[in-house]
Design a binder for this molecule. Structure first.
Ligand code: ADP
Ligand code: MG
Length: 140
């Protein structure tokens, strides 16, 4: 299996509860390596641009409110089959549906405040990494 990269966000509900380390530990224990990381407060423009694919969804406005409600930690993760590996440890979007031992089952507050974002394909991972990081900020 090839070593690839994915993009992750530790969301405002998690930074507010001081879970950056606990979540990063779960990512690392799942075989992912943090090769870039920074704590930022997303602007409205960044949130709307990042979630542009969801523009038509009824929760788009609220989602952008939530993602700009506090600091987030944006990360690039590297590992074998990183996109799937990360999605597996994240768990389902709705924590009520997430498997035991996943980040969302363990920490999420609800379907919106679900603690983490993870890219859903290698193609989107590249786009999302480029959205937040310059090439020289990613050090594998
Ligand atoms: P995922 O983050 O699991 O890839 P989606 O891409 O479908 O899920 O949705 C992006 C984010 O939008 C979710 O992580 C969550 O924060 C929010 N969201 C998704 N569905 C809903 C919903 N029905 N109500 C409110 N927020 C939602
Ligand atoms: Mg998604």
């Amino acid at each position: 299996m090839a070593v690839t990269r994915t993009f992750s966000i530790i969301k405002p509900d998690a930074t507010r509860r001081n879970l950056t380390g606990a979540i990063t530990k779960m990512l690392e224990e799942a075989g992912l390596r943090v090769v870039a990381s920074k704590r930022i407060h997303m602007t409205r423009d960044q949130a709307e641009g990042f979630y542009a694919v969801h523009k038509k969804r009824p929760f788009f406005g609220e989602l952008c409110d939530f993602m700009t409600s506090g600091p987030v930690v944006v990360q690039v993760l590297e590992g074998e089959d990183a996109v799937k590996r990360n999605r597996d440890v994240m768990g389902a979007t709705n924590p009520a549906d997430a498997a035991e031992g996943t980040i969302r089952k363990t920490f999420a507050e609800g379907i919106e405040a679900n603690s983490v974002h993870g890219s859903d394909s290698e193609e989107n991972a590249k786009i999302e990494i480029d959205f937040f990081f310059k090439p020289e900020e990613v050090v594998g």
